[in-house]
Design a protein around this ligand. Structure first.
Ligand code: SF4
Length: 93
């Protein structure tokens, strides 16, 4: 599937934000190589490496798949599911 086709499909989903982000990069871990792998494997493309080599996360659009949690582990990420009634609602269209 092309990137445009993927974005179109992901655009059908609805995201209701929680009070605070359900995934946080632990302080001081922004340059960890495991986070750089998350840039490559997050299916929603929410991790980006900035010009300083630090990885940033934009939580809006998270599919709650857990891939970044598996790749990075608890040392790098503070990961939990969003509170009930918030987070992603899948719309398969
Ligand atoms: S849980 Fe999945 S969609 Fe959400 S940030 Fe991690 S890899 Fe990306």
């Amino acid at each position: 599937m092309s990137e445009a086709g993927l974005k179109q499909k992901l655009g059908l989903d609805v995201f209701k934000p929680d009070k605070e982000a359900h995934i946080k990069i632990n302080p001081g871990m922004e340059k960890d190589p495991r986070l750089k792998m998350a840039v490559r494997v997050c299916p929603a493309g929410l991790y980006r490496e900035n010009s300083e080599g630090k990885v940033e996360l934009t939580i809006d659009g998270c599919l709650e798949c857990g891939t970044c949690r598996l790749v990075c582990g608890r040392e790098v990420l503070d990961w939990r599911y969003p509170s009930g009634g918030t987070g992603v609602q899948f719309r398969f269209g």
